[in-house]
Design a protein around this ligand. Structure first.
Ligand SMILES: NC(=O)c1ccc[n+]([C@@H]2O[C@H](COP(=O)([O-])OP(=O)(O)OC[C@H]3O[C@@H](n4cnc5c(N)ncnc54)[C@H](O)[C@@H]3O)[C@@H](O)[C@H]2O)c1
Ligand SMILES: O=C(O)[C@H](O)COP(=O)(O)O
Length: 525
C-alpha cells in the first residue's frame, strides 16, 4: 500500500480521500527541515501547501518519493528541476483556489479604495474619524492587471462588472482572449503609465522578480494603488516603502511578502499599507477543492500511474494508464536496446508511431523511450527528466505519427543518429500486451527481451551458430531463447539470445573473438 505524508495543513477531506482510495496517510504539520528529512524516506507521496520547502536536501533523502502534490498553485517552495532530476513528479491544483484568490484581490482593492482596515481600527478605538477616511470610487478607474492567467482573468471580469476599465499585460495573453475577457492588452510600460490601480497575478520567475522595482514605481501615476496577491518577490519592498512615504503611491495591499512567514517587514506600520498573512487561498471552499484534488491526483498516480496537472511530466488519464502500460514497457525496451548499443554522442532521435499506437497519448511513450535510451549513457535519467536532459544536451527529438501500419496493428520505430552512424530498432505488441522487437537496423527478427541478452552482429556463414553455441555453453551460460535475422543470404546477420543470468566479461570476450563476429554486446533489461 503506498504511503503519503501530509506535511501542511490541508482540509481533512484529503485524508478521507487517501484512506478511501487505499493509500496509507500520515499527517505531520509544522515539521522543521531536519524533522522532515528524518522521515521523508518512508513515503511514496508528499502533499503540501506553501509552508513545506521541498528542497534539494529533502529530495536527496526522499528515497521512495514518487510524487509531490501541491494543494494550491504556486510551486516556488519546490525545487522542481531537482525533483525532475530525481524522477519525482510535481503536481499542483491549478484552478482550485483561483476564484477565492481573485476575490481576495478584489477585497484588497476595496480595502485600499475606502481604507476599510484603517477605518475599522479607528472606529474600534472610539475615534469616529469621519473626515479622515476620504475614499476613492472604483467606477471608471483603470485597473492594470499584470499576469492575466487563471486568477488575473477572474479579477478582470469582476472589475469589469464594477465598471472599471481593465488593462492587461501578459505576453501569453492572445488578442482573441483579451477581446473575450473585455480587457485591453497592453505592454507593461503602457499599463504602468495609465493604471490607477495595479494588481499582480504572475508567478515568481527570473523574469517577474522585481517587476515592480523603483524605476517601474517611479513611472506610475501619482496616487496609484498597488495590490499583490501573487508572490512576494514581485515588488521591491524597499522601493515601495519609499514611494508610499513620499506619497507617490497612495496605498498598497499585500497578501504576500518577500520573506514568509512575514513577522518583520519594512512595510509594516505604514498606515497606507493593508496586509494579510498569505490568505489569498484561505476560504473553506478553496481549501476543500485543493485538498480533494491533490488527494485524488496523488492517489491516482500512485495507484494507477495516471498523471494530472504535473509540472514536469506529460498528463496520463486514469483511462489511458492501463492502455499505455504495455507500450511503455515496449518503449523502455526499444530505448534501452538502442541506448546500450550506442557508443558515441547522440545527435538526433526519430520516433515514429504507426497504426493503433499513433492514436494514443504518445508523450509519455516518448518520455519512456528517451529514458530507456539515455539511462545507459547518463547517470540517473528518469522519465521525468529524460526529455529535459535530451533538450539540454542538444539532442533533436523528432516524433511522427501515421495511422496506417503495414504488418502490425501498431509499430514503434526508433532511429538514433550519433556522431558516427544511424541505427534503428522497431517493436510491436503481440496480443496487445507482449513487447516484441521486430526489426534491428533493417533486419527483421522476432525477439522477446529478457533480463539478460546477448546481441551479436555477424557475417552469415555456415557453422557460425554452432561455434557460438559451443562457446556460450563452455562459458556455462544457458540459452533461454535464440532469435536470428539476416539482411540477405551470406550478408550481415544478427543474433539476439536471451540467457539465464549476466554474461561475464570473459564470455563476452570469447564470443567477440569468434570468426565472423562484427560486434557483441551483453545487454540488460
Ligand atoms: N495569495 C495567494 O494565496 C495565492 C493563491 C493562488 C495563487 N497565487 C499566486 O498567483 C499567481 C498566479 O496564479 P494563476 O493561477 O493565475 O497562474 P496562471 O499560470 O494561470 O497565470 C499566470 C499568468 O502570468 C503570466 N506571466 C508569466 N510571466 C509573465 C511576465 N513576465 N509578465 C506578465 N505575465 C506573465 C502567464 O502568462 C500567465 O497567464 C501564482 O504565482 C500563484 O502562486 C497566490
Ligand atoms: O499558490 C497558491 O496556491 C497560494 O499561494 C496559496 O498558498 P497556501 O496554500 O499556502 O495558502
Amino acid at each position: 500500500m503506498p504511503k503519503v505524508l501530509v506535511s501542511d495543513s490541508l482540509s481533512p477531506r484529503a485524508v478521507e480521500i487517501f484512506k478511501a482510495r487505499g493509500v496509507e496517510v500520515d499527517v505531520k504539520t509544522g515539521l522543521k527541515p531536519d524533522e522532515l528529512a528524518a522521515i521523508i524516506g518512508e513515503y511514496d507521496g508528499l502533499a503540501i501547501r506553501s509552508a513545506t520547502k521541498v528542497t534539494k536536501e529533502i529530495l536527496d533523502v526522499a528515497t521512495n518519493l514518487k510524487v509531490v502534490g501541491r494543494a494550491g498553485i504556486g510551486v516556488d517552495n519546490v525545487d522542481v528541476p531537482y525533483a525532475s532530476q530525481k524522477g519525482v513528479v510535481v503536481m499542483n491544483t491549478p484552478f482550485g483556489n483561483a476564484i477565492t484568490t481573485a476575490e481576495h484581490a478584489i477585497a484588497m482593492m476595496f480595502a485600499l479604495a475606502r481604507q476599510i482596515p484603517q477605518a475599522n481600527a479607528s472606529t474600534h478605538a472610539s475615534k469616529w474619524e469621519k473626515s479622515r477616511f476620504m475614499g476613492v470610487e472604483l467606477t471608471g478607474k483603470t485597473l492594470g492587471i499584470i499576469g492575466c492567467g487563471n486568477i488575473g482573468s477572474i479579477v478582470a471580469t469582476r472589475a469589469i462588472g464594477l465598471r472599471m476599465k481593465v488593462l492587461a499585460f501578459d505576453p501569453f495573453l492572445t488578442p482573441d482572449r483579451a477581446v473575450d475577457l473585455g480587457v485591453e492588452k497592453v505592454e507593461l510600460d503602457d499599463l504602468i503609465a495609465r493604471a490607477d490601480i495595479i494588481s499582480l497575478h504572475t508567478p515568481l520567475t527570473d523574469k517577474t522578480r522585481g517587476i515592480l522595482d523603483a524605476e517601474a514605481i517611479g513611472r506610475m501615476k501619482k496616487g496609484v494603488r498597488i495590490i499583490n496577491c501573487a508572490r512576494g518577490g514581485l515588488i521591491d519592498e524597499a522601493a515601495l516603502k519609499a514611494a508610499l512615504e513620499s506619497g507617490h503611491v497612495a496605498g498598497a495591499a499585500l497578501d504576500v511578502f518577500e520573506k514568509e512567514p512575514a513577522k518583520d517587514n519594512p512595510l509594516f506600520g505604514l498606515d497606507t499599507v493593508v496586509c494579510t498573512p498569505h490568505l489569498g487561498a484561505s476560504t473553506s471552499e478553496a481549501q476543500e477543492n485543493v485538498a480533494l484534488q491533490v488527494a485524488e491526483q496523488i492517489s491516482d498516480f500512485l495507484l494507477t500511474g495516471a498523471v494530472t496537472n504535473a509540472l514536469n511530466m506529460p498528463s496520463v488519464t486514469a483511462e489511458e494508464a492501463p492502455r499505455l502500460r504495455p507500450y511503455m514497457k515496449l518503449c523502455d525496451q526499444l530505448g534501452g536496446f538502442a541506448g546500450q548499443i550506442t557508443e558515441t554522442g547522440i545527435r538526433t532521435v526519430r520516433i515514429e508511431y504507426q497504426g493503433g499506437v499513433a492514436g494514443l497519448n504518445t508523450k509519455p511513450l516518448t518520455a519512456t523511450l528517451l529514458r530507456g535510451l539515455l539511462s545507459p549513457l547518463l547517470e540517473a535519467v528518469n522519465m521525468v527528466s529524460a526529455p529535459i536532459v535530451a533538450r539540454d544536451r542538444g539532442i533533436e527529438v523528432l516524433e511522427t505519427k501515421t495511422e496506417t501500419c503495414r504488418d502490425y496493428h501498431s509499430l514503434i520505430k526508433l532511429e538514433v543518429t550519433t556522431e558516427r552512424q544511424t541505427r534503428g530498432v522497431e517493436g510491436t505488441l503481440f496480443g496487445d500486451a507482449l513487447p516484441r522487437i521486430v526489426d534491428i537496423n533493417g533486419i527483421g527478427v522476432e525477439a522477446e527481451l529478457g533480463a539478460d541478452m546477448l546481441y551479436l552482429i555477424n557475417d552469415d556463414k555456415p557453422g557460425f551458430i554452432g561455434s557460438l553455441g559451443t562457446t556460450i555453453g563452455e562459458a556455462g551460460i544457458n540459452i533461454a531463447s535464440f532469435h536470428l535475422g539476416r539482411a540477405k543470404e551470406g550478408g550481415q546477420a544478427i543474433c539476439l539470445l536471451q540467457v539465464d543470468g549476466p554474461v561475464p566479461e570473459e564470455a563476452l570476450a570469447a564470443v567477440s573473438a569468434l570468426p565472423h563476429v562484427v560486434q557483441a554486446k551483453a545487454l540488460k533489461f
